[in-house]
Design a protein around this ligand. Structure first.
Ligand SMILES: [Cu+2]
Length: 166
């Protein structure tokens, strides 16, 4: 038992020394990378034009409304549909809340156009029922339950509009 331990420790020694050297050079490399990253972020911060971003946001209208769906694939389909509407700047669908957040230029489009684009991709919004044809073509995992609860925008009567196509 003792003999075996002795041979193991003597064998391990040169390996350990090499390991130390490796760690040392890795630390030097990491240091170099770290300092170069620091420089990068510094230049990024100075280049970023914060003022134009703010004026853009002021022209944008933000809207949240309910959209049914199941998963990450639904998310990409729903967001792609919303983003395909000209004037939509950003679209984000929350899988847990069944809620859509869009930001759009209201001189170029309106809320109903976004609802209709999402509905055309097969998904129910709180105002427009999803296209049945598109729904049939969705992957099986995405064929959500039409009675699923979804986020409501605060309009008490919005449920009455679900099956109406405007
Ligand atoms: Cu899905």
């Amino acid at each position: 038992m003792n003999d075996l331990q002795k041979t193991q420790t003597t064998r391990n020694r040169p390996v350990l020394n090499m390991g130390k050297k490796l760690i040392l050079s890795a630390a030097i490399l990491a240091g170099l990378v770290f300092t170069s990253c620091k420089n990068d972020t510094k230049t990024d911060n100075t280049v970023e034009p914060e003022t134009s971003e703010m004026t853009q946001e002021m022209a944008m209208k933000n809207l949240s409304f309910g959209v049914r769906g199941n998963c990450g694939m639904c998310k990409s389909t729903i967001e792609k549909a919303a983003n395909s509407v000209e004037g939509v700047a950003s679209a984000n669908w929350d899988v847990d809340k069944k809620k859509m957040d869009v930001s759009f230029d209201d001189t170029k489009t309106n809320a109903m156009a976004i609802h209709q684009a999402i509905a055309a991709s097969g998904y129910d919004t709180e105002k427009v029922a999803g296209s049945k044809e598109a729904y049939k073509n969705l992957p099986a995992c995405c064929q959500y339950d039409h009675s699923m609860m979804m986020h409501q925008s605060g309009n008490m009567h919005s449920e009455n509009h679900i099956n109406q196509s405007h």
